[in-house]
Design a protein around this ligand. Structure first.
Ligand SMILES: Cc1cc2nc3c(=O)[nH]c(=O)nc-3n(C[C@H](O)[C@H](O)[C@H](O)COP(=O)(O)OP(=O)(O)OC[C@H]3O[C@@H](n4cnc5c(N)ncnc54)[C@H](O)[C@@H]3O)c2cc1C
Length: 524
């Protein structure tokens, strides 16, 4: 073995949300060695990463891969798809809004072939999550957002909910409601309780069986026949290294980079790989398909007085509405932003209120019907992949209608006291935009992402040719290779997905341990 070659039991690509969980759980056994390879630096060296309220300063910075979208004829072609380049992954730059999935979300997974991912099982894994998930502390709740919650409740005819997760963890879910969010944070310091904070910081430099390689980029998965044997990677100093896995390579590089890495390693649609000059190792047409997101739009107002200071991360409450009474889950979600969230409105020529005098509502589509595709544009590992979300292309026009309904409901909230009295004028789309056609045109052009790409290596039954991984997260048709991150979601859960990613990491570690124990028993 050469100097730049090392061997561990497990190699985890990506020290992000799921990767941090898996690394912690696998190294609970001191006899198991794990190497995490993370493309970004240590989050402990970045105060603005640790301080949740500074989250926007991390977006579009050198800690953001900043993926773009392809031309979106029916939507917004200018969305920047932030993905964190730092330990903890997107849990290190997101807003840490923490929702457990709904029971029916997981029924859909099981129906899609994800056997064993039923609600009872997944909730039991969510119970294990180490992040400090709590409803926003009273001291962080500001008067304007409290008034917004009252008005949202009255205008939409929905109850105020004090703890959304109490209803999903043991009651299966809720139909509608509004209230302050639950966040993974430390209310005393305002610091994140991200995956890296909760799962890695306490054990890094403590557990001798854990190695974390930072600022190191995995370029390829290495194979011996159909078995993944390790990865090749480049360190920040430009050194090429090989990291071997005695047992397994686990991809936890996220919904963009896990399929990208598979394709660069020759695993994907053979014809499409050939078209960009990559020799196919294993024809797996599902890689990169099924790209999903929670699309959203925005409505912004100028306030009469300065928005009060108290906040956790400037987006502290939500509203859920259910239009379709045949489904027990909500089908429209709104975040409130206590700041001008104006990237897309500015581009369309709207002015922005002075800092401290803006409030926004962002209606989003919890179960969007759009399905996109991620593909490689070249065999150059540095070339950005093409992310074609195909926003607002579902033939029924469901996504478009949801955004139009959302903008109308947001206006009803704004017309209801006590929130009404905070507002001076509607800035975007503005009072001239009234008809459904006008609202649709504006809503789609100003559309943004809730930053929830998923589904690009979807899980399905072992004999489902469109699936990339089986229900034990093993890449179909290969050995020694699993994927455990948001890319394996067959469908996006109704609410924000991070808790589902954390629970998936918890269960992935169990599956890996169970399979290893069974293998040991067999060879005895
Ligand atoms: C701005 C933003 C706000 C969000 N807000 C919320 C929220 O409030 N609530 C919520 O539920 N969800 C939120 N999300 C979504 C949520 O954070 C993600 O769905 C989730 O964190 C994804 O986890 P993951 O493990 O799949 O990937 P990630 O957490 O992205 O982890 C992937 C890791 O792999 C590393 N990596 C990638 N490729 C390589 C490679 N080739 N070599 C080495 N390392 C590599 C990356 O650096 C990264 O650390 C938000 C996302 C964003 C971007």
């Amino acid at each position: 073995m050469s100097m730049n070659e090392t061997t561990y039991d497990y190699v985890i690509v990506g020290g992000g949300t799921a990767g941090s969980v898996i690394a912690n759980r696998l190294t609970e056994d001191p006899g198991t060695t794990v190497c995490v390879i993370e493309g970004g630096p240590d989050d402990r060296d970045h105060e603005n990463v640790l301080r949740l309220r500074d989250w926007l300063s991390v977006l579009d910075s050198d800690l953001d891969y900043g993926y773009t979208t392809t031309e979106q004829p029916n939507g917004n072609s200018h969305i920047l798809h932030s993905r964190a380049r730092v330990l903890g992954g997107c849990s290190s730059h997101n807003t840490l809004i923490s929702f457990r999935p709904f029971a029916e979300d997981l029924d859909e997974w099981v129906a899609a072939g994800a056997e064993g991912w039923d609600n009872a099982t997944v909730q039991s894994y969510a119970d294990r999550i180490k992040c400090n998930i709590i409803p926003i502390a009273e001291k962080d709740r500001n008067a304007m957002v409290k008034d917004w919650v009252s008005s949202a409740s009255e205008a939409a005819g929905v109850p105020v909910i004090e703890d959304f997760n109490a209803l999903t963890s043991h009651g299966g879910g809720f139909a509608d409601g509004t209230g302050f969010l639950s966040i993974a944070y430390d209310p005393y310091t305002g610091y994140r309780s991200s995956a890296s904070v909760a799962y890695l910081h306490p054990i890094m430099d403590v557990r001798k069986n854990l190695t974390v390689l930072l600022e190191t980029w995995v370029g390829q998965v290495l194979f011996d026949g159909d078995r993944a044997t390790g990865v090749s990677a480049t360190t920040s100093g430009g050194e090429q290294i090989t990291v071997n896995a005695r047992q397994e390579v686990i991809l936890a590089a996220g919904a963009v980079d896990s399929p990208r890495l598979l394709m660069l390693s020759g695993v994907g649609n053979a014809e499409e790989l050939a078209a960009v000059g990559i020799e196919s190792r294993h024809d797996l047409p599902g890689v990169g398909e099924n790209l999903q997101d929670h699309p959203e739009s925005i409505i912004m107002w100028e306030t009469n007085e300065r928005v009060p200071e108290e906040t956790v991360m400037d987006s502290d409450a939500a509203l859920f509405v259910r239009r379709d009474k045949s489904d027990p889950r909500p089908d429209l979600m709104f975040h409130i932003y206590q700041i001008p969230f104006d990237d897309n409105t500015k581009r369309l020529g709207y002015d922005s209120p002075e800092d401290g005098y803006a409030v926004c509502m962002t209606p989003n589509i919890p179960r969007s019907r759009g399905r996109g595709k991620l593909s490689l544009t070249s065999s150059d590992p540095e070339a950005q992949p093409a992310l074609d979300f195909r926003y607002f292309t579902d033939p029924e026009g469901y996504d478009e209608k949801t955004i139009v309904d959302g903008l109308k409901i947001a206006r009803e909230v704004a017309a209801t006291e006590p929130f009404k009295s905070w507002l001076k004028r509607e800035v975007a789309p503005g009072p001239k935009v009234q008809t459904d056609e006008e609202l649709s045109e504006y809503g789609r052009r100003a559309a943004h992402t809730v930053y929830h790409p998923a589904g690009t290596c979807k899980m399905g039954a072992a004999d489902d040719d469109t699936a990339v991984v089986d229900p034990r997260l093993k890449v179909r048709g290969l050995r020694g290779l699993r994927i455990a991150d948001a890319s394996v979601f067959p469908t996006l859960p109704t609410p924000n997905p991070m808790v589902m990613v954390l629970a998936l990491g918890e269960r992935a570690a169990d599956l890996i341990r169970q399979d290893r124990a069974a293998e040991k028993k067999e060879t005895r």
